[in-house]
Design a protein around this ligand. Structure first.
Ligand code: GLC
Length: 394
């Protein structure tokens, strides 16, 4: 079976249908049997190339459980009977938090393949409400940096960028960390997940990957708005894209790279992670800065570069664990963001290497979740969909 076919077979095998007539893809049938926000966007990006109707259905299902305030939940529990993970559960059949807002980018990719305006017209109002929610509710002081209120909102659940904000030690175990995030959900429940209270009282991070993805997605949403003739919405998206980009450079940059920040005063969270690389995806570095980034960080074996790919956390961090979930291992989604960013800046050789090592993992191990950068050993979920992103490395 060729690679394209293998990707399609996996995505079809992981497809689920709901009683309401929706369809979506589970990231892994055994480990992750629900719908997740950014996972569904990844699925849609890949399905756009394989089966556009399924890509459109995936995004429709995702927006079908949008909350009245505009938040798109990071998880949807379509099957009422399955056991729910305790640390994210909420009463309404969805989780109480969101995840990286990749929906507009995914929708725009589908449009590139299909030139179908009708699905965009259907999805546009919900998408706009989601991005407006992020800008209005997650930036209450008009800092032009959007906040996350739980590490899981980043998609990098136990990443050490959040250790200080979560008040945990760098030596914390996987399960202690999960318990801490559960306690955060329980505490945030008392204020009905009111973002302002959650931020001021418990956890408040202006995260580089989340804001980078928002910038790129606001650009996609602006393009969609223009196509649909909504000039006012296009203006809103371009304006906020510019303001967030400017503020990220102004407040989140130091020593030539971007750092996530905490709280009202946005103090830098100085933990070196792949968050240094993702701003390439939204064109946030100058050409010279990007060159220095690739030379000093991408190619540095003491920090990020390993024979198996780019570590998600620098090897020099005390929190680095080669087998620590989001505390060091190699993941396909970060590789995909890096691939796109490197390509956009003309780093073709580096992008080709990312693609090659990513493919290598699949050829050796099948579709697994994450990989030890020191040994190449595969870990985590089986039949995990993120490897299909390699198909979009073109
Ligand atoms: C893990 C990942 C998260 C992903 C989810 C489903 O929790 O950390 O990013 O969305 O699994 O694949």
């Amino acid at each position: 079976m060729d690679f394209r076919e293998a990707c399609h077979t996996l995505l079809k095998a992981n497809r689920r249908h709901t009683r309401e007539g929706h369809q979506y893809t589970v990231p892994s049938p055994s480990t992750y049997p629900y719908q997740w926000l950014w996972d569904s966007c990844f699925h849609a990006i890949v399905l756009a190339k394989l089966e556009p109707e399924a890509a459109i259905a995936e995004l429709k299902a995702l927006l079908a459980r949008q909350l009245p305030d505009g938040l798109v939940p990071h998880m949807i529990f379509w099957e009422p009977k399955v056991t729910r993970p305790y640390h994210v559960w909420w009463e309404k059949g969805v989780s109480s938090i969101t995840q990286p807002p990749m929906i507009a980018y995914a929708a725009w990719q589908i449009y590139q393949e299909t030139k179908d305006r009708s699905f965009l017209m259907e999805l546009f109002p919900g998408m706009l409400r989601f991005y407006r929610y992020l800008i209005d509710q997650r930036d209450p002081h008009d800092h032009h940096l959007i906040s996350i209120v739980n590490p899981d909102e980043s998609g990098e659940d136990n990443c050490p960028r959040f250790d200080v904000a979560l008040r945990v030690k760098s030596s914390i175990s996987f399960f202690e960390h999960m318990w801490k995030r559960h306690q955060l959900i329980v505490a945030n429940r008392t204020c009905g997940f009111d973002p302002l209270t959650c931020m001021h009282e418990r956890f408040w991070v202006k995260d580089v990957p989340f804001n980078t993805m928002l910038v790129k997605n606001l650009e996609s949403l602006a393009q969609i708005a223009e196509l649909l003739g909504d000039q006012e919405a296009a203006k809103f998206c371009y304006l906020h894209k510019e303001m967030i980009s400017f503020t990220m450079r102004e407040y989140l940059m130091a020593e030539g790279v971007f750092w996530s920040a905490i709280g009202l005063e946005h103090g830098h969270l100085k933990v070196a992670t792949w968050a240094h690389f993702i701003p390439l995806f939204a064109n946030l570095y100058t050409r010279e800065e990007a060159q220095a980034l690739v030379k000093n960080h991408f190619y540095n074996p003491a920090t990020f570069y390993s024979p198996y790919g780019i570590r998600t956390v620098s090897k020099q961090e005390p929190s680095y664990r080669s087998n620590g979930f989001w505390r060091g291992p190699i993941w396909f989604a970060p590789h995909w963001f890096m691939y796109k960013g490197l390509k956009a800046y003309g780093f073709d050789k580096e992008a080709a290497w990312i693609k090659e090592v990513s493919r290598g993992h699949i050829d050796r191990n099948g579709f697994r979740e994450y990989f030890n950068p020191e040994t190449g050993k595969a870990h985590g979920a089986h039949n995990f969909t993120w490897g299909t992103l390699v198909l979009d490395m073109d």
